[in-house]
Structures are given as C-alpha cells and as structure tokens.
Design a protein around this ligand. Sequence first.
Ligand SMILES: Nc1ncnc2c1ncn2[C@@H]1O[C@H](COP(=O)(O)OP(=O)(O)OP(=O)(O)O)[C@@H](O)[C@H]1O
Length: 455
Amino acid sequence: MTRTSLLSSLLRAQHQPFLIIDAEARIRFVNEAVKRVFGLTQADLAECPCCRLDVVAQSDCRHQRFFRDLEPYSETHALIGPKGEPLFVQIQGFPVLDEDGQVYLGESLRLLKPDTTTAGDATIVGRSAVTQTLIRALAQSAVTDVSVLLHGETGSGKELAAEYIHRHSPRASGPFVVVDCTVLSEDLVESELFGHVKGAFTGAVGHKTGLLELADKGTLFLDEIGDLPLSQQPKLLRALESGQFRPVGSNQTRHADVRVVSATHQDLRQLVQSGTFRQDLFYRLAVFPIEIPPLRARREDIPRIVDHILQDISSTAGREYRVHKEAMRKLLLYDYPGNIRELRNIIHLAAAMTPNHEITEDGIRLPLAASTASATPARACPTNFGRRKTDYEHAERLSPIETAEADYILDLLRQHHGRRKDVAERLSISERTLYRKLKRYGLNTPSATLRNNAG
Ligand SMILES: Nc1ncnc2c1ncn2[C@@H]1O[C@H](COP(=O)(O)OP(=O)(O)OP(=O)(O)O)[C@@H](O)[C@H]1O
C-alpha cells in the first residue's frame, strides 16, 4: 500500500471531519466530512497552513506544539464554518504514521453544537466578497468578549449584525437586549439603564429593573450610541468598567455581567473631536470596530436578498412571487440610500401592487427624486432618495437607469482605484464595452473621474 492510500483509507474510516497535517504544519489530506461541515474540499485546503480554519489565530499553534513534543491533545476551538460563522468544535490530535514510519498529525473534529448560522432571525444574506469579509469579522468578534462598535448607514444591517454576534457568541443562551439611545432623554437614561426603586421620583410607582440588569449574562446592544446625552455618558462608562451600578433611588449596588455591542451611523471620532462624545467612552466601546458596508457596495447580493425577502412574503401570503429580469435589472442599478431596509420596502410595495405573481419593472417604484440631487439620507426617513454623486457629462440625455449605471461604474472605479480591467470583470462585460460606457457618461478622463469624485 502506498503512503497516500494508507492515509486515504484512514481518512475514509473517519465519520467526523478529519485532517492530516504534516511536520511543516500544512494540511495534507482531508476527508469528505470536512466538505460537509466546513464547505471546503481537499483541493481548497491542500498545502494550506494548518490554522487556516481557526477563527482566532493561535499565538501558540497547537500543530507546531504537537510536532515539538508529539503529545496527543484534546481541545475546544472556534473554527470558521462555510458561511464564515464560528463553529465550536472539540479537536483531538494524535500521531499518525505512514508506511515509511513518517509522523503526521491526525486531527478529528467533533462539532459541539449545531450550525447556528440561521439561529433566530439573525440570517445575513449575501455571498459577495464584501459580505463574506463582514461575516468573518462578525464571527471573529463573536468568540471574543470584547466591546464591538458597528458603524454603517441607516438600514445597512447594524442591528442584525449585533444579533448575529450575540447568537454566535458563548453568551447565545443569555438575553439580547436592545437599547435605542435616540429615545433616551437625559431624564430617562439612568432609570432605563439602571432601573429605579418605588418612589425614586414622581411617577415611579413601582420597582423597575434596568436594561443593564436584564442583559445579565447576555449582550447589551446600544443602538445609535452617538445620540446618548453627553451628561449621561460618564454613568454608562462607570457601569461598563465596573459591571456595577445603582438603581435610581436605591443605595444598593447591583452587578451585571454584560457584553456590549454598540452601533452608530455617525462618525464617533468626529463627535469626540467636537466634544459631544467622551473619548474614554469611545475607547471603551470601540475595542473591535466593524464597518457595515452599504448595499450599493455589495450589489451582487441584491438578487439573493430579494429572493430572501420574497420567500418571506410568499410564505405569509401563501403564493409564490417572481421578479422579472428587467425589474431585477432596475433593482441592481439603484443606489439604496436606505440600504436593505429600503430594498425590503420596495419589494413589499411591489408585491402588494402586482395583480399577478410577477413583479415587473413598472412595479419597482423608486423615489421620484431618484435622479436629482438631494440631501444626505436621514436616519428617520429610510426611503428618501439621497444625494446623487454625479453630474455626468450630457446628463440631460441620460435616463435615470443610465445615471444609476454611471453611478455604479463610478463606485466600482473608486473601489478598484481606476483599474478598468477589474471593473469590466466585476460587471461581466468586455473592456471595450466598458470603455464605450465610460465615454458615454463622460467618465473616460481622469479629470472627469476626479470631478465626479468631488461631487
Ligand atoms: N444581509 C442581510 N440579509 C438579509 N436581511 C438583511 C440584511 N441586512 C439587513 N437586513 C434586514 O434589513 C432591515 C434593516 O436592518 P437593521 O435594522 O439591522 O439595520 P440598521 O443598520 O440597524 O438600521 P438603523 O440604522 O435604522 O437602526 C432588517 O429587516 C434586516 O433584517
């Protein structure tokens, strides 16, 4: 029997995911179960550095340690699942010999709990590279217990991301408590966060447990943290630093063990500079900052998200909806200042209006101002159409869809630092076609791109 066939038969005998790693700490062979659980094949992993699957890079690599002392081990680790989510696994490592007596490391991986990617409502739809990077960052943050600060435009999925972190964290069985800081006036902050005792102030007719205490052993999600009144920020900071607080009107100190995830659409650093947000609180909250990209930066995800939304609608309505090709094209070209929430609203409206089961181009109603300049989108108005970036050459001759396409191309040019080949690839068109479009939209000179960038 050759060395490969001996190791292969060992792999085949394993029902759990099983890897064979060589003394250079590179993955040499994997069995079928690795594909089932991690979505990766032998070809994906061949010669990969051993810790490729680990969520958090190990400072002391268990594989290298094994080849130093050849001691079998049994450890729990978080590895990255097929959608970038963390999977908690029990790993057993032990020596495996081939025909020539060469030592390899055999690793058997046992899942500790089922794949929870879609646990609760925290399903992040999308497979674009941008979304994969986002999911990976969320998964990495989930397995640590540090404070996460999510930054992104309105409707881009900050709350969903916070819930995703919670559901994939070791605190998943604890509560996920959402605090909307936009509705916390100065008077309310303390009693909402820390609670109050009966008679603490006029109207305090009974005892009230604060949100911090309700989130004990779970996650406290502070939404729109930039809106927390400055005067109340030191109190929150103190409570987060010490885990201790006092309900209003009480002289008893209480304790809560919470993990904090906060979110904002504002630039908190700028708020710190302008003196409306405390620097110490900022550093306490932003240990693990994560940017949630706007939908227009991950347009490839739109068809899948539309599908997901339609599945929801179809199961409630009890009838199947379809989106016509031209309608999808229209959806792909729009800019979505209100992001995924806005896309959701557009699809819901289209489904409600369609006389049959097919959503047509006409059924996709975009805001009237879709091709004109307006203000930056406001949080409270997710369906308003935001600022157009561009005043294209011959703009008066362009239809709204062409303007949207020009916007999209301009975005891609920015993302790819002006590399037309890459942009053409992203659009699945030839460079020649791209060149024609650039010419038509007046984007074919560096100065035009610069002018539009400034817009
Ligand atoms: N990747 C995604 N896949 C599927 N649905 C999504 C995705 N991202 C967001 N959504 C949905 O879009 C809607 C808006 O998301 P969410 O409330 O998380 O945004 P937000 O950034 O917290 O908004 P706001 O800034 O207004 O608080 C929700 O219905 C959410 O479930």
